[in-house]
Design a protein around this ligand. Sequence first.
Ligand code: NIG
Ligand code: FE
Length: 396
Amino acid sequence: MSHQLSTVITGIGELTTNDPERAEQGGLLGLVHDAAVVVEGTRVAWVGPAAEAPDADVQVDAGGRAVVPGFVDSHSHLVFAGDRSAEFEARMTGQPYTAGGIRTTVARTRAATDEQLTSHVARLVAEMRAQGTTSIEIKSGYGLSVHDEARSLAVARQFTEDTTFLGAHVVPAETTPEDYVDLVTGPMLAAAAPHARWIDVFCEDGAFDVDQARTILAAGSDSGLRGRLHANQLTYGGGVQLACELGLVAVDHCTYLSDADVSALASSGTIATLLPGVEFSTRQPYPDARGLLDAGVRVALASDCNPGSCFTSSMALCIALAVREMRMSPAEALHAATAMGAAALDRDDVGVIAPGKMADLVLLEAPSYVHLAYRPGVPLVAGVWQAGRPVVGPWG
Ligand code: NIG
Ligand code: FE
């Protein structure tokens, strides 16, 4: 076996491991102070006190700064073309957000070439990486034809294994809801499935109702795709309870929740993925993260990066909003943006810094992870290792 280059990152003032085995001393984040991490190839090989760190080929001194796991952004819509800043501006002067704006992006996305879509996604993925995001989920949903959904997923697959077929984003202008559900569950699903791991439905007034969502998720499951759902974003509805009934791994948005929805989430174990950038960008009330956590619901945070409801790629912004506006503690918010994002994608190899896990690490220009919320809007990422490779910072 050929020798894999090893790197020791030492002098870490505060290391967030998210390792449950360190919870007794290190709390929810499994914190280790004055720590070191050894990376070998793509994986973490050793974690512990800097004074006990083994030798490695390369030494990096964190200089007392904090290291956290790379963010796991479990909800994004990066495959699109066009700009909707005018819609955002209108919203900020009083217009409400509606599902209908999606059709604007569909027209622009259909008109784009494969190369244009790919280079646009590459730009956004690089933007995310520079801000500490090392794992992403990417949805289709702006093609809405057999050809355009399949190619959107093929583009997304160049950047992640966690691709999601969202043909059921909205009914396109040229067809009826009945015919469109037949298309989504028939030829479109057949063309999309080879490029996707997940299937999603926008279950909302103006998009798809609970019965349609149930039909579409069942067809996806028959084709080997696992379900996730956009639900209760704009109105109280049955989407969250459908997700819990079906035992989906995650249901996303969860802005308008009844007590029965919260109970269903708590007892099913389905993760509520909250997307506070959406409430920020649509001027809606924020979801009740504190109430969810206190009820025992598992909560993740993601960006929902998309051209309509929320065009941020910053997980740090989501953390800051979750802390300031949704009463999550800084530790809960970071955990939700890393370990819980991984859980929402049913991944156990990312979101944690422990031996054997993927070496996805972020060095912060700060002494503590708390600065992610304490210094909102400030670029704090000094270095990123993705699958063991230095991709941000001077170590490449
Ligand atoms: O997650 N809610 C549905 N889809 C996106 C918004 C899509 C758009 O407005 O273009 C979301 O918020
Ligand atoms: Fe979304």
